[in-house]
Ligand binder design. Structure first.
Ligand code: PGA
Length: 253
């Protein structure tokens, strides 16, 4: 069966340990019975250890870091290594447009981080997306190709891709699901059938069903709506219910 994945990117929200605690506990308690969807929470790195403890008994919910450095160790003040992330999380978001824009991350750095994540046994969630609505899909395609430079096809099952058009992030202007399906199909040519490809950009409980309806889309990366527990749980439930109404996708070979 194809995987279904929902990632909650908390960004730099949940600014106190108490808030992070309440949000995690509430999500954990309410997603336990949701079927056939993997849920990944990406809180600020400083809360990862604490949240890992809260999720210890939960088989449903996994953790992701929102970023990491590519060197395993060394004199890099303020950075966090793949080996450190590996202690507390299974996934890491890489190349998010906010990192590219505010921290000048280049395609080359994203590639170095992807290589380092795979080497450390962490699944990278590679974010790609174009800046302007209506532009060609050249930019996400190029970003994905560059992020995967030098990575053998055998590792494509060890990565996730998130198509996140920048104009749709945090704007309330989510991309048309038919258009997303088209881009996903194009991105799929670069990766393998085993690579889940998600959509991200202003996803909420009102529009989630329209993405779940598309067999090409394997999940979503939720930003703003993921720090509201009830809304995030609703998104996960609607995704699961909508997918359950579709003919089961066959096991991919
Ligand atoms: P958004 O963010 O859901 O708030 O648009 C998505 C993202 O940045 O991953």
């Amino acid at each position: 069966m194809k995987r279904s994945i929902i990632v909650g990117n908390w960004k730099m929200y949940a600014t106190s340990i108490a808030d992070a605690h309440i949000l995690t506990t509430s999500i954990r308690n309410h997603v336990a019975d949701i079927k056939d969807v993997e849920i990944i929470l990406a809180p600020p790195t400083i809360w990862l250890s604490e949240i890992a403890q809260i999720l210890k008994q939960s088989r449903k919910t996994r953790l992701a870091a929102q970023n990491m450095f590519y060197e395993p160790d060394g004199a890099y003040t303020g950075e966090i290594s793949p080996l450190m992330i590996k202690e507390v999380a299974d996934y890491v978001i890489l190349g998010h447009s906010e990192r590219r824009e505010y921290f000048s991350e280049t395609d080359l750095e994203v590639n170095e981080k992807v290589v380092a994540a795979i080497k450390a046994g962490i699944t990278p969630i590679i974010c790609v997306g174009e800046k302007t609505k209506g532009s060609t899909i050249g930019q996400p395609l190029k970003e994905l190709q560059e992020a995967l430079a030098g990575i053998s096809k055998t590792h494509h099952k060890d990565i996730l891709v998130a198509y996140e058009p920048i104009w749709a992030i945090g704007t309330g202007k989510n991309a048309d699901p038919a258009y997303v399906a088209k881009v996903v199909t194009k991105l799929r040519e670069v990766v393998s059938v085993h690579t889940p490809i998600l959509y991200g950009g202003s996803v909420n409980s009102s529009n989630i069903a329209s993405y779940a309806d598309r067999p090409e889309i394997d999940g979503v990366l939720v930003g703003g709506a993921s720090v509201r527990a009830a809304e995030f749980v609703k998104i996960c439930k609607i995704w699961s219910e909508t997918k359950s109404l579709q003919p089961r996708a066959k096991e991919v070979k």
